[in-house]
Design a protein around this ligand. Sequence first.
Ligand code: ASP
Ligand code: MG
Length: 421
Amino acid sequence: MKIYKFGGASVKDADGVKNVAQIISYNNQHNLLVVISAMGKNTNALERLVNACYHYNKQGYEILQEIKTSHQTLINELLGNSASMWMNEVENLFLELECLIDNNNLLDDYDFLYDQIVCYGELISTRIVSAYLLSIGIRNQWVDARNFIITDSRYRDARVQWEETERIVTNRLLPLSQKNLIITQGFIGKGEKGETTTLGREGSDYSAAIFGKLLHAESVSIWKDVNGVMNADPKKFSESVIIPELTYNDAIELAYYGASVIHPKTVQPLKASNIPLFVRSFINQDNQGTKVSNSSSTLAVPCKILKENQLMLEISTADFNFIAEDNLQQIFQIMSKNKVRLNIMQNSAIHFRCIIDNKENQHLPLQNELSELGLNVNVTNDLKLLSIYQPGNEKIEEYSGELGAVILKQHVGNAAHFVLR
Ligand code: ASP
Ligand code: MG
């Protein structure tokens, strides 16, 4: 049994879908489960739809129409005259989405609304790929991932309930997958009340890993528009190279620091079951890509990860007291409640500093809650975070010069981090 995962870029247009079909057709089609994300940038479009609905903005219907039209164009290109024969399910999904946005009762919980709407990107894309495969004679079974990936109800960042998920996957999905090629969605699951949940942006890699682990797959392959995991983003650093082999631990650390080629939660479940992960190019299929496994290979080059659009929060007590354990406990609780991940943290006697991603003003509710507790929060915008993993013998400081003033430095384990202005 193998797992393949195709992200949005691989199915962004008709040629992309045909290419995916070709990759699938090279494989033994029994014992293959294929996880697919929303097509192209449709998750972003659906996020705009959520915002419009949440703010009772009539633009929602226009956004939905755009999403619909782009999918219809793609369907017509893929299936031509026979499109209508295959597309009932897709039409039904759009109808469901329309009814959903008509329904004002949903609107008080943003994150809940988000998950109920954004999941349609994956539901629609998988229906289209499944229909296209059938139309060219590749038999497959479309399954709804929400029947198998059971989560808690922490919307937009749902956590997998492993025991229940394992039970259902073993009893229901395993037998099915031994007989059929399975097409299913990444990113989505089912919460405590049977409602849809999502696993966090770019979470389809994680879905592939969950299926891989629970179906005891021989491997999981993530097909990307890059040739493998690189030691640095070639758009940002001149001398970047593909890393042919990575240990699970190195991959976990790199993903955690923001090497966006693998979703951070993906590697741990595979490591636990010793399942190799391949990161491969859907364009240059002959390329071997990167293999993440238990190998003993050590990283031959330092890895550089640059995250832009970072914020520094500098938290201190309003009464000039020390930042003590009680304050830290409250700060962490508020961060966790607001689903904020701390990329870097540092504390001194009177300050707690942390670096977070600057996402749609997510720090504003945080700031309010912290002020209510009598804490001062000073925010610095527009920072970059450079993480250098396995810097080896090179002088870490050398890297930072070219990128601007260093306002915070930290060296933890195998990594050095610089917050730059
Ligand atoms: N479609 C979702 C996103 O764009 C999940 C994924 O692509 O992995 O975030
Ligand atoms: Mg996507």
